[in-house]
Design a protein around this ligand. Sequence first.
Ligand SMILES: [Fe+2]
Length: 234
Amino acid sequence: MKKPDYIPADYKRIKVVGSLSELFNAKFGGPDEINCIVYPRRLQQDFNKLALALQPLADDARRKTGRIRKLHYNDLKQLSAVPDPVLKEAVDAVIGDMDFPEVRRAREDFYKHAEFRIVYPGAYDLDEVIEDFHEDNIYVPEGRIIFFYAGATSEGARNEDVIKRSREGLINPQNDAYDLKPGAKAFRFQAGDVIRFAGNCQPGIKPFVHKAPIMKEHAPPRLLLTVDYIPKPD
Ligand SMILES: [Fe+2]
């Protein structure tokens, strides 16, 4: 599969695949030291309209918890009853992704490792450094999966292009932050992309360095589906 032009052409650690099955089956490591797998998927449904429709849920979460709002499968099933066919198509596309076997196993797991996230400006805790380049703590070999539907997407950086920041002054020094080297450029995924990436607990694999976008004050929510663990089939 051809690399999209927003991914550095000469960078082997990102593997581009053409389907969700390939995304879940691809392996990290190998001669190319792969630490991120991308399925550049272009969806036709109007997820921006869905993001605006979900703004009240984001506002409510901001008032009540200050944390990101998470929806589980049954919440989305209920949302799918909306009369607007355009919104319904977008919700049904997310449900379709949640019905994909690996995602279904993750969400049906006791700990519910798959959730649809509505992220609004300021939804993350201050001690999280996600708006700085960082690596994730991921304790499973499958890595972490993110489906980007709407709103600003994450940015990635080549491991060669970043330097670890001194831990001094970090609010939560357990999290390593990175800075881009002078002159180096990051790259940004696109809405529709699905990515699976390695964290910092997988021996022999450099973690994928990335950051969440800084959201402007009145930006519509970002819509994401995250899968944090893929239980094996029975
Ligand atoms: Fe992260």
